[in-house]
Design a protein around this ligand. Structure first.
Ligand SMILES: NC(=O)c1ccc[n+]([C@@H]2O[C@H](COP(=O)([O-])OP(=O)(O)OC[C@H]3O[C@@H](n4cnc5c(N)ncnc54)[C@H](OP(=O)(O)O)[C@@H]3O)[C@@H](O)[C@H]2O)c1
Length: 261
């Protein structure tokens, strides 16, 4: 990865943080982003190799600011080779109880934040430069479960958008990957929004027993190198994708009872 520039959002925690450590150890030059500058500084301090790390704070909800952030990011090292959109927020609330304003936030952050940043990076990429754009979706970007309605919808929307964009661009130099994590052991459930928009603040059992973020990062990096278009990474929960595809009625019965917290 030497001489490669990787921009990672959601870099202050969980999957994004693990990706920072993995790419740093591979010798990439990094731009790391999220809202919390102190947490980004902590992540940077944990990296001891000689390869550069630049902190660029951003808020994915502040849509008007994101094109300027992309221009700033390009100026840091003069290029961007890989953008990994890991910044996002999950949900733990029933659809019928959740405020519309909260439901819209999942789209503002997970969908529009990712789309706006990705388009800005694609627009400023040089022809033939070999850009990879990664949208971190979810297994619930492939099927819905309890407590995730608007979150799941925001992740499904990423698939529709980026699959369409990939076919429109039809450019072998621009690689677009939709990465679908299963249960990965991060703070995602602590930060997940409840019906009124407050953070859940507790760790789900399923998350606690999920895949380690470092193992996830290793698999994602391989998928990027292999220029895959879609990848499912997690434990046995990934079989849900195939169950839904080939046995939709059976899947529908099972998912109602499935333990997803
Ligand atoms: N862990 C899982 O099991 C799992 C499963 C499926 C999908 N995912 C997806 O994986 C991605 C990473 O999640 P994670 O598990 O690493 O969770 P996490 O530990 O909670 O990390 C979420 C990251 O997103 C950033 N973020 C949240 N809101 C933001 C905003 N408005 N603007 C900018 N950055 C924001 C957070 O940083 P700041 O608070 O500093 O802004 C943090 O760095 C998310 O898209 C999530 O939906 C995770």
């Amino acid at each position: 990865m030497k001489n490669k520039v990787v921009w990672i959002t959601g870099a202050s925690s969980g999957i994004g943080e693990a990706l920072v450590y993995a790419y740093h150890s591979l010798g990439a030059s990094l731009i790391i982003s999220s809202r919390n500058a102190d947490e980004l500084q902590r992540v940077k301090s944990n990296c001891h190799g000689p390869f550069p790390i630049h902190i660029l704070t951003l808020n994915l909800e502040d849509h008007d600011s994101l094109s300027a952030k992309a221009r700033t990011a390009k100026l840091v090292y003069g290029q961007i080779d890989i953008l990994i959109n890991s910044g996002g927020i999950s949900q733990r609330s029933l659809a019928m109880e959740t405020d519309l304003a909260v439901e819209k936030r999942f789209f503002d952050i997970n969908f529009w934040g990712t789309v706006i940043l990705s388009k800005a990076v694609i627009l400023q990429s040089l022809p033939g430069s070999g850009l990879s754009i990664v949208a971190v979706s979810s297994l619930v970007g492939k099927f819905g479960t309890r407590y995730r309605s608007a979150y799941s919808a925001s992740k499904h929307a990423l698939h529709g958008y980026f699959d369409s964009l990939r076919s429109e661009l039809d450019d072998p130099n621009i690689h677009i990957l939709l990465a679908c994590p299963g249960f990965i052991r991060t703070n995602v459930t602590l930060n997940a929004l409840t019906a009124n928009g407050t953070a859940q603040g507790t760790m789900d059992h399923a998350q606690e027993n999920g895949m380690a973020p470092a193992a996830f990062a290793e698999k994602l990096i391989k998928a990027i190198l292999a220029r895959k278009e879609e990848v499912y990474i997690g434990g046995k929960e990934i079989y849900g994708v195939y169950l839904k595809r080939f046995f939709p009625r059976l899947f529908s019965k099972i998912i109602r009872k499935a333990k997803v917290t």
